[in-house]
Design a protein around this ligand. Structure first.
Ligand SMILES: *Cc1c(COP(=O)(O)O)cnc(C)c1O
Length: 426
């Protein structure tokens, strides 16, 4: 899709285009239900013969406006909001995989996603093969089986801040007739638009930078419209064969490029029910209105903190793709010329114990599970978010036991660094 206006403008004005006399600000349509005049009108909605709102478990005008904004930011053709990033990950996969199917994922992904893939989807009969973040094209291809339905990766990983070579993954996926799904939570479409590099589906935890103020858990899925489901019709029967739960309707026939998202809304949302509430969508939207401004400050602050940490004798290692000499510096230059994200990772000499003691001395910077909001924060994944993973799984997920995840907020870099300094010097 050609891009007609810049993301700065879309952040502020996208998704909601009020007509004469309508509210200038996206309204919160706090209504579960919507009125119709005749039984026939309502029946046509249930048959998907007409589009329209009928119940907010499926669709709600506030949420749809925000989904449209995120879709435009990513350069996609259709999008939806979900109640959380986890729901978005699950739906993005379950929309094309069912029991007996298989998919390939980069192993270096968010801990919650790793659990979903390795444990919960497995219980549902969907198998995953993890490949190394830095696997060669041949190694990725070797993981593909006859029943493989997709490849999944994170553009910049949480918490290790590793950069995925997305073109490599996209090429392997497309050579094998598979869509590539990218979790683009950390860079956001301000710094990176995966569809331009070959991703077919993009998903988000909007909980992070998009909301940006730590008020609302939410997720989003955007379809590029680029993947040709009909070309591999046998592989994707859910999209290309009649759906019995809609009187034999076939999504690709009835909805064309909107097939994937329509199916996820009318089938998965209907049956599994994980919509984002209109109130949360409203708050997410307010957050996105300043996303382009905040991302600049997050990235600038993270760069300064990373450079500062690199000079401290207490610090064993720092990982930030904006640092010269970082393992992912060259990939970051290619994919993220304007900055990557505000998160960095580091470890202290002495390891796990030192890292925990350091964190306890921080004052301005708080210990929270959260990441990627306006306030600077730290987390020790091995003892917090990832504590359910074994040491071997931690290593596979790219999370050394001494790793401190540092989320640079949008305060003054000087004050953030002063807080780190007093924690070291105390
Ligand atoms: C937080 C996060 C998720 C999960 O999102 P929730 O909104 O917490 O459910 C998925 N992927 C990434 C990269 C995340 O940071």
């Amino acid at each position: 899709m050609s891009k007609s206006r810049s993301n700065e403008t879309v952040c502020v004005q996208g998704g909601w285009n009020p007509q004469k006399g309508e509210p200038r600000i996206l309204p919160i349509i706090q209504s579960t239900t919507f009125k119709y005049d005749t039984s026939e009108q309502m029946a046509r909605l249930f048959d998907l013969e007409e589009s329209g709102y009928f119940y907010s478990r499926l669709q709600n005008p506030t949420s749809d406006a925000v989904a449209a904004k995120i879709t435009e930011l990513e350069g996609g053709v259709a999008g939806m909001l979900t109640s959380s990033g986890q729901a978005a990950s699950f739906f993005s996969i379950f929309n094309i995989c069912s029991a007996g199917d298989h998919f390939v994922s980069s192993s270096t992904i968010y801990g919650g996603t790793y659990n979903l893939f390795a444990v919960t989807l497995k219980k549902m009969g969907i198998e995953v093969t993890f490949v190394d973040q830095n696997a060669s094209a041949e190694e990725i291809a070797r993981a593909i089986q006859p029943n493989t339905k997709l490849i999944f990766g994170e553009s910049i990983t949480n918490p290790g801040v590793q950069v995925l070579d997305i073109e490599k993954f996209a090429n392997v996926a497309h050579e094998h007739g598979l869509p590539l799904i990218i979790d683009n939570t950390f860079p956001t479409p301000i710094n990176f638009r995966p569809i331009e590099w070959g991703a077919d589906i993009v998903m988000h935890s909007t909980t992070k930078y998009m909301d940006g103020h730590a008020t609302s858990v939410g997720g989003a899925i955007v379809d590029s419209g680029n993947f040709d489901w009909n070309k591999y019709a046998d592989k994707f029967p859910g999209l290309t064969q009649p759906d019995d739960s809609y009187h034999g309707l076939t999504y690709t026939k009835a909805f064309g490029k909107g097939a994937y998202i329509t199916k996820a809304v009318v089938q998965l949302m209907r049956d599994l029910g994980a919509p984002q509430s209109p109130q949360n969508a409203f708050l997410t939207n307010i957050g996105i209105e300043s996303l382009h401004l905040r991302m600049k400050q997050h990235c600038a602050n993270a760069q300064k903190v990373a450079e500062y940490l690199q000079e401290r004798k207490e610090v064993a290692w720092v990982q930030y793709p904006g640092l010269k000499g970082d393992k992912y510096y060259d990939l970051a230059q290619k994919y993220y010329p304007n900055g990557s994200c505000g998160v960095l990772a580091f470890g202290l000499k002495g390891g796990r114990e030192e890292s925990i003691a350091f964190m306890d001395k921080l004052k301005l910077i708080s210990i929270v599970t959260h990441v990627a909001d306006a306030r600077s924060s730290v987390l020790h994944p091995a003892s917090h978010s990832h504590r359910q993973l074994s040491d071997a799984q931690l290593r596979e997920a790219g999370v050394p036991p001494d790793l401190i995840r540092f989320s640079a907020g949008i305060e003054s870099a000087d004050d953030i660094i002063a807080d780190i300094e007093q924690a070291f010097d105390e």
